[in-house]
Ligand binder design. Structure first.
Ligand SMILES: Nc1ncnc2c1ncn2[C@@H]1O[C@H](COP(=O)(O)OP(=O)(O)OP(=O)(O)O)[C@@H](O)[C@H]1O
Ligand SMILES: [Zn+2]
Length: 810
């Protein structure tokens, strides 16, 4: 029969027909991974995915042949995942193969390397027989030195891509051999022993003179058909081998699986009874689940209202029905507490997908889900592709979080895929947040999602009290800490309570300014201000990583009068330490969390009261639940508002609400102090009133006029090139083609304009923005646009990337 396949490196990722063995019932299933060889011997063999079977025989001979079936013929994509990735390609205007590649973890994908080996001849005698082209000569010369080399290395050394034709000619004339090497992660196994199914004789009788053997035989038999490992048998390997050789035991291999540690201790918590509010929400969720079929809920619950318990209680129900579930969290390293709570309730039925896991650990987790031994997948955005069957629920915690959007191709939003996946598989989807994204809230108001609310905190804990400190009118204790905030911190220290301080780094630059000449050191590659890092006494570019030593005098005018604009976490730590010399301060930012498990360690120290002040960036705002925290301070609460991005207010509002929500989560009430420089923003008004819906209304009214989401859909086209003019011209081409494609009254095209960060890694970036109010773009249009740009701008080249529903316009 014939099947349709796609491959990353063949035919531009477009589907191609393939002849495969057998009738559909017993042959290859959709979602299988195969090895194909393109006809003509010009291109390398490649892994491909079967996306459809039983298609009509093609009119022409298929362009590639099936060479092998990988992964034992067991599909790596379930049928719903094929549908989901197909939808994803259409929606995000990208290739299906890119979405499939995103959905199958690297640890599961098989890599094929071709290896060239010399065919046992001596260079002197045989070179004359090779028809002398320069390419053949250099291949043979390299091979004489190396005898064995991968085709990739050969291509790199020769600086040539198209060598397969020549290689296969050389293979045919017997000069070399081409072999294939497969690399993929496989399940780890250990040897084990069990009683042989057919014994050579009466064991008790025949082994009675070798009591040690008899005892071992008995002990191993007691383990049953699953077998026992060397440690479990507590016997010597020599005796086990003797018994195996004489046929009483059988040696088998059993799979071992790693279990990833979240880094947070999972001590047993008291079992909790859901409150009346939680029960009401659970009632609706359970009845939707029992009824079966797709439904999405937006769970809007204030900070500390016990959303996690709702998820857990609901999942118990889902598992009881024999179904499986996916739980998404924004960044697993930042939410060890949440992961820990799920582990505690569901133990090993939860497979945690963590980016810090080794390939082996990832492979094991994927396998446990695929085989049904684990029924809950918990992890960051790519966990939405977990290979579960019989899916009953998809939960997206902190659904507003920007981390759900992937910022490289395919630029998908895991939150939106969650809704789609639930829909394809007839599951319940829960989007939870204290500050829902405007898109989701609008969908709830439109009744596309069902809105569920938790209005109160658990156990009558009150919402924290909020106060603004207007910096220009306030006495200061240090350059960045007001006298008022210092006073409040010291009161908490006296009462032995804890404090969380947030330095909002979004849009913040700890850049350097010379007071004498106004010079600001810029990154030579990106053109943005470099940031001062006290730890290494270095200036660093936060986009490309460029570093240079920091000099105490201005590089332009040699004046020593330098100002480190604003203040980063390191500098605030210094200021805090000078105010509270006795206190131990925990700092959590990119610099202190580079090693595996470091988040968990810092949070655990804070939880155990080893320090009373936790200072950090955005990271300290996410989902932390520490009952002794009674004060939250934000150092530059308004800084994120200055960004040229339509989501700036929404982001700032949700960040401040989230961090404020860390205070007063138990019986001791909490207070929040926001230090601001410009207090006249609607964000602060709404925060002080504690009204999400008022803020939503105010913001969306102004977005309606400007045609921004949730009232329109945005598609961002970015053209980049090492040459500025090329980038701009390519963007102009984009604009022209868009104007032709978008029907009158269906959308607005803006730009080209230089991107917010106009240059990254030496590449200039220009944007064209499409605001769609109706209709949509097609994949065919996107492909045509890509082709046109590639054709017109070759040297210097321009690259186009398309971002549907962009997370930011920068
Ligand atoms: N029914 C209950 N009885 C007693 N304690 C509860 C109950 N439900 C939740 N809690 C506790 O209340 C605290 C807050 O719950 P949780 O962390 O789930 O809130 P949340 O809604 O996720 O908040 P945030 O949005 O701020 O992360 C936790 O310490 C949790 O253990
Ligand atoms: Zn840079």
């Amino acid at each position: 029969m014939y099947a349709l396949a796609i491959a990353e490196k063949l035919f531009r990722g477009e589907p191609f027909p393939l002849m495969v063995p057998g009738p559909p019932e017993e042959g290859l299933l959709p979602g299988s991974m195969v090895l194909v060889v393109p006809r003509g011997g010009k291109a390398a063999p490649s892994t491909a995915y079967i996306i459809e079977t039983g298609i009509e025989p093609p009119l022409k001979e298929p362009p590639a042949e099936l060479a092998d079936i990988l992964h034992g013929g067991e599909p790596v994509l379930t049928p719903p995942l094929i549908i989901l990735t197909r939808w994803m390609a259409g929606y995000y205007l990208t290739r299906h193969i890119d979405c499939v590649t995103a959905a199958v973890p690297v640890a599961v994908r098989t890599r094929v390397d071709d290896i060239v080996e010399a065919a046992g001849f001596s260079l002197e005698t045989d070179t004359r027989r090779v028809r002398s082209t320069a390419l053949r000569r250099s291949i043979m010369q390299l091979l004489a030195k190396e005898t064995r080399i991968t085709v990739k290395q050969l291509q790199r050394r020769l600086g040539k891509k198209h060598i397969y034709g020549t290689l296969s000619e050389l293979e045919r004339s017997g000069h070399l051999k081409l072999r294939r090497k497969f690399t993929s992660t496989a399940q780890r196994t250990v040897p084990a022993w069990r009683r042989a199914p057919v014994l050579p004789g009466e064991a008790e009788e025949e082994l009675k003179n070798t009591p040690k053997q008899l005892e071992t035989f008995r002990r191993v038999s007691a383990f049953g058909p699953g077998g026992a490992s060397l440690e479990a048998t507590a016997a010597s390997r020599r005796i086990l081998n003797t018994l195996t050789a004489s046929g009483y035991l059988e040696k088998i291999a059993v799979a071992v699986e790693g279990r990833f540690d979240t880094g947070m201790p999972t001590e047993q918590e008291e079992p909790k009874q859901p409150t009346a509010q939680q029960e009401a929400v659970l009632g609706e969720l359970r009845s939707a689940s029992r009824k079966g079929g797709y439904k999405t809920f937006l769970l809007h619950g204030v900070t500390g209202s016990g959303k996690t318990l709702v998820y857990i209680e609901f999942l118990k129900e889902v598992l009881k029905e024999g179904r499986t579930a996916i739980v998404l969290v924004p960044e697993i390293a930042l939410t060890p507490q949440t992961a820990g709570r799920f582990r505690q309730h569901f133990g090993d039925t939860v497979a945690i997908m963590h980016s810090a896991m080794s390939n082996q650990e990832k492979y094991d987790a994927w396998h446990r889900l695929r085989s049904g031994r684990a029924t809950i997948a918990l992890g960051a955005r790519s966990t939405i592709f977990a290979p579960l069957s019989n899916l009953g629920a998809v939960i997206v915690d902190e659904e507003h979080d920007g981390a759900y959007k992937q910022d490289r191709n395919p630029r998908y939003s895991a939150r939106d895929l969650a809704v789609m996946r639930a829909r394809t598989e007839g599951a319940v989807c829960i989007l939870g947040s204290a500050t829902p994204s405007f898109e989701s809230y609008e969908n709830a108001l439109q009744e596309k999602y069902r809105l569920l609310e938790l209005r109160d905190r658990i156990d009558g804990a009150t919402m924290p009290k909020l106060c603004l400190i207007v910096m220009k009118d306030s006495p200061k204790a240090t350059p960045s800490i007001s006298e008022k905030l210092r006073h409040e911190i010291s009161r908490r220290m006296e009462r032995d309570e804890q404090v969380i301080l947030l330095q909002n780094r979004r849009g913040f630059s700890g850049s350097v300014l010379c007071f004498a000449c106004g010079h600001v050191p810029l990154c030579p590659h990106c053109g943005i201000p470099l940031v001062y890092h006290a730890g290494h006494r270095q200036l660093r570019c936060h986009y490309c990583g460029h570093t240079e030593p920091f000099s105490k005098v201005c590089p332009a005018c040699a004046s020593p009068d330098l100002f480190y604009k604003g203040s980063g976490t390191e500098r605030i730590e210094e200021e805090l330490q000078s105010l509270f010399p006795e206190e131990r301060i925990l700092r959590m930012d990119v610099d202190t969390t580079t090693t595996k498990g470091s988040h968990g360690r810092i949070l655990d120290e804070f939880r155990r009261g080893k320090a009373r002040i936790l200072l950090g960036t955005q990271m300290v705002a996410k989902g932390l639940d520490f009952p002794r925290v009674t004060l939250v301070g934000v150092l530059m609460a308004d800084i994120g508002l200055n960004l040229p991005d339509f989501r700036a207010s929404e982001r700032t509002y949700s960040l401040l609400t989230q961090v404020a929500g860390r205070a007063g989560r138990s019986s001791s009430p909490g207070e929040v102090y926001l230090q601001v420089y410009n207090p006249e923003s609607e964000v602060f008004n709404a925060l002080l009133r504690g009204s999400y819906s008022a803020f939503f209304k105010h913001e969306t009214d102004s977005r309606r006029e400007l045609c921004y989401p949730p009232h329109a859909r945005l598609v961002k086209f970015e053209c980049s090139s090492p040459d500025e003019e090329t980038a701009e011209e390519a963007a102009m081409t984009c604009r022209t083609m868009l104007l032709e494609a978008v029907a009158e009254g269906q959308g607005v095209v803006l730009g080209p304009a230089p991107a917010g960060i106009a240059r990254i890694r030496g590449s200039y970036r220009y944007h064209v923005l499409l605001k769609l109010t109706g209709g949509r773009l097609t994949e065919a249009f996107a492909l045509g646009l890509q082709d046109e740009i590639a054709r017109r701008f070759r040297t210097p080249s321009a690259i186009l990337s398309i971002d549907v529903d962009p997370g930011s316009l920068m």
